[in-house]
Design a protein around this ligand. Structure first.
Ligand code: ATP
Length: 199
């Protein structure tokens, strides 16, 4: 699986429809300060379901909508579409190409689309689950994040490494199962009590 293209329209500094074609391998985005390089990674985070405006370097989610410039009026809709190449079947969806899109209107209305059909945020998260892509997976390391990783407590750093190694999801499943086992043991005690009373 790899990112195939990213289309932005009305998102942050990208007032006009802009399409970035991405090839397999490394892509470097270069440009002067303030030209919108980080806005591109913000767009990837956003389309994958980011809900915290601060992680997108804003105060409110509306800040992602192009707010106008000296020569341009503000727009009322921000839209980002990310196309993923799924020819290796990494994503659990029967398409060789998967398009995930997100729209936000200034009125506050928003929607997600998967291959052009309206979807829920949860559907997007489900598709990305276990792929290493998605919110909170550290597949996007923002400016300043490296410093905080290097200065973080060893336990926090360990969980980051565990997540990258794919261990974290098994750990979480193990914890869930342990909790269920505890509940079952409590139920069993109760059943034994009742059984003892009946006899
Ligand atoms: P640097 O190299 O300094 O990190 P950069 O190329 O990563 O810069 P960005 O931070 O992506 O630049 O872009 C900043 C620009 O985006 C600023 O000019 C800012 O005014 C503009 N911008 C951010 N949000 C919006 C918005 N909602 N509407 C219009 N312009 C916006």
């Amino acid at each position: 699986m790899h990112l195939k293209s990213l289309t932005l329209r009305g998102f942050k500094s990208f007032a006009d429809r802009s399409v970035l074609s991405l090839e397999p391998g490394i892509t470097a985005v270069v440009g002067p300060n303030g030209s919108g390089k980080s806005n591109i990674s913000d767009a990837v985070l956003w389309v994958l379901g980011e809900r915290n405006a601060r992680n997108l370097r804003g105060q409110a989610m509306e800040d992602v909508i192009f707010s106008g410039s000296s020569g341009r009026k503000p727009v009322s809709l921000a839209e980002v579409e990310l196309v993923l190449d799924n020819s290796d079947g990494t994503l659990p969806i029967d398409y060789r190409e998967v398009s995930i899109a997100r729209r936000l209107y200034r009125s506050g209305e928003s929607e997600y689309l998967v291959n052009g059909s309206v979807a829920r945020r949860m559907d997007v998260l489900d598709i990305l689950h276990d792929t290493g892509l998605g919110t909170g997976t550290h597949s996007i390391i923002s400016q300043g994040a490296l410093d905080s990783i290097l200065q973080s407590r060893p336990e926090d750093r360990r969980s980051l490494i565990e997540e990258a190694a794919g261990v974290l999801k098994h750990k979480q499943r193990k914890e869930r199962s342990a909790r269920k086992l505890e509940q079952m043991a409590a139920h069993l005690d109760r059943v034994r009590d009742v059984h003892g009373e009946v006899l």
